[in-house]
Design a protein around this ligand. Structure first.
Ligand SMILES: [Zn+2]
Length: 221
């Protein structure tokens, strides 16, 4: 499995510092379960002390510190500690739903309750946070597409099974698409197998902050 699309350093740093919302953290965590490259990056950020960023109230200073952190990460890439073994999952262990998704999907003996929403799409709402951000599973039937749409705020889409493509590229298992209100698209599942994704919709304010600036190159793919 080769992952081509990653959350980007901005989102990973927010994840490390605990400043990402709950449902967005879930999407990043699931990507990390599938992506050794980003696990390595997160471990490097932790090793450099990314959590210290939260102690800087000033945005400009934060940005400067963030730049320094990334610089240090890149210069220390060879000498920092390797990935912790307990972060690593195998395909056989988690099959379609990597940790921590099963905790959300199957707790208390729950089974998956797909709900048909039309257009060849079924969904399961997993979690809604207090600020209105929503995490859901979406299953797009083979060859069908989500109607063309833009976004209010940022949308994170992580492919768990099958694949889809749109104006921005093609996405397979483990790939994360990050789009915002500047993107109009109509994601279509490839022929042959349904595409199952974890989709997280965030409020628009989050990405007007430092993270938004940092994530911008990844947002407009
Ligand atoms: Zn990655």
């Amino acid at each position: 499995m080769t992952i081509k699309h990653h959350p980007g350093d901005g989102l990973l740093l927010d994840y490390v510092t605990g400043s990402l919302g709950e449902v967005a953290s879930l999407a990043v965590a699931v990507h990390l379960a599938l992506c050794p490259e980003c696990r390595r990056q997160v471990n490097l950020m932790e090793a450099v002390g990314g959590s210290l960023l939260n102690t800087f109230p000033d945005e400009a200073l934060k940005e400067e510190v963030f730049g320094n952190v990334l610089e240090q990460i890149n210069s220390d890439r060879e000498v920092l500690t390797p990935v912790r073994s307990n972060d690593v999952s195998t395909e056989a262990e988690f099959r379609i739903f990597p940790s921590p998704l099963p905790r959300y999907l199957f707790e208390n003996g729950k089974s998956l309750q797909w709900r048909w929403i039309g257009f060849g799409i079924n969904q399961i709402v997993i979690s809604t946070s207090s600020d209105g951000n929503v995490a859901r599973l979406m299953r797009i039937e083979s060859g069908r597409s989500v109607p063309s749409h833009s976004h209010r705020g940022v949308e994170l889409t992580l492919v768990l099974s099958g694949s889809f493509y749109d104006q921005t590229g093609s996405y397979a298992r483990g790939d994360m698409q990050v789009v915002d209100e500047t993107i109009d698209h109509d994601p279509r599942a490839e022929h042959g197998v349904d595409c199952i994704c974890l989709v997280v919709t965030e409020g628009p304010l989050r990405f007007n902050s430092l993270v938004g600036k940092v994530a911008q190159p990844f947002v407009g793919i």
